[in-house]
Write a protein that binds this ligand. Structure first.
Ligand code: ATP
Ligand code: MG
Length: 346
């Protein structure tokens, strides 16, 4: 190992979270993809990640909370750079910062050339010297332990905050892929709308996400908890603080329409897969990855509607960062992925 080869680092730069995985250590950091800046001068950064997110919905007047990564792509290079630099220093320590490591960052499947250039610029500006970009689905597949080098097709669906990627892979390459610019965040928005419409209560996005994670379920279960949870918010008519009762069944109802859309999108993408590959996929099943895969009952619902066996890795939200790190640590694998166009040295 040379002076600079201190180890592989994998970063999943998502629109909801930045996840960092280190060789021999695993996932060491996941923080929300937010930057808090001064309203009049967005170069003046006050906080990033978790510290910034805590201000969501309670941002002081002279501050603004920004998401530098949107729809899976870099929307603001300077802010993404600052976020990458600060969070990687937090994960690695200042002495071992990005310049000393081999870095692999995941890149959205649907990234346009402009989006890719923005990511490349941010990666360099954050201090990385030996870096590569890898397609998110490939990184997630490697992280989930899918044997993508084999000459048969594998189907992976990665549900992030703002994107869902349906990808068929074979022999270290992508055979067919589709990126939808909608993800688990759409479920939070559906909860906000439902509670406003049906309960006349206004709640924030953070509360909606908590409800999704704590009470959300994709399967209508007759024994579904009828237990009521007191939910605080603002009355939609008077604007005054108010409390209403919510059940898991309410949240299930709120989630149904966006979940149906998701299933339709996956079904649509699946129906466009070449028949030979579809034949491979039937016995293998569908691999589900990303933070959105953790929704209670989702794999059952997808299995039932798509008539496929659904496989979910133990920590699906870690798959992409873990895979990027495994690729960073494995030069031969990186070379094979570069040959199939799934990895770009930058
Ligand atoms: N237990 C859970 N149940 C349901 N949803 C969850 C759970 N845990 C996390 N999520 C959702 O997963 C999403 C984040 O997933 P992930 O970290 O994979 O996204 P991302 O990679 O940042 O986004 P993208 O890939 O779209 O850029 C959030 O919307 C979050 O609410
Ligand atoms: Mg992601």
């Amino acid at each position: 190992m040379g002076v600079f080869s201190t180890g592989g680092v994998g970063i999943d730069l998502g629109s909801a979270n930045v996840t960092i995985c280190l060789e021999n250590e695993g996932v060491v950091l996941r923080e929300p993809s937010y930057v808090l800046t001064l309203r009049d001068d967005i170069d003046e950064i006050i906080a990033v990640g978790r510290d910034a997110r805590q201000m969501l919905g309670r941002t002081p007047k002279d501050c603004t909370l920004l998401s530098p990564v949107q729809d899976g792509a870099v929307a603001n290079v300077e802010l993404t750079t600052a976020m990458l630099r600060r969070l990687s220093e937090k994960a690695l320590g200042k002495r071992r910062a990005l310049e000393k490591n081999r870095l692999v960052v995941s890149m959205s499947q649907g990234a346009t050339r402009v989006e890719r250039n923005a990511l490349e610029e941010a990666v360099h500006a954050a201090g990385a010297r030996r870096a590569a970009l890898v397609r998110t689905s490939i990184a997630a597949a490697v992280g989930a332990g899918i044997p993508i080098e084999e000459p048969r097709g594998f189907l992976l669906v990665t549900i992030g905050g703002s994107t869902t990627e349906v990808c068929v892979m074979s022999m270290n390459g992508v055979v067919a892929a589709r990126t939808m610019r909608t993800g688990s965040l759409a479920l939070d928005e559906a909860i906000v709308r439902y509670i406003r419409r049906e309960k006349k209560l206004i709640i924030g996005q953070r509360t909606a996400e908590d409800l999704k994670i704590d009470l959300g379920n994709a399967v209508l279960n007759p024994n579904l908890s009828k237990e009521k949870v007191a939910l605080r918010g603002r009355d939609a008519l008077s604007g005054k603080p108010s409390t209403v009762d919510i059940t898991a069944e309410d949240i299930h109802k709120a989630l149904l329409p966006p979940l149906e859309n998701l299933v339709e999108d996956i079904r649509d993408a699946f129906e466009n897969i070449p028949p030979e590959l579809a034949e491979d996929i039937l016995p293998n099943g569908l691999y589900l990855s990303g933070g959105g895969a953790q929704l209670e009952g989702l794999s059952d619902r997808l299995g039932e509607l798509l008539h496929l066996n659904i496989l979910v890795h133990e920590n699906p939200q870690d798959d992409t960062a873990l895979g990027a790190c495994l690729i960073a640590a494995n030069e031969r694998l990186a070379q094979k992925l570069a040959l199939s166009g799934c990895l770009i040295e930058v």
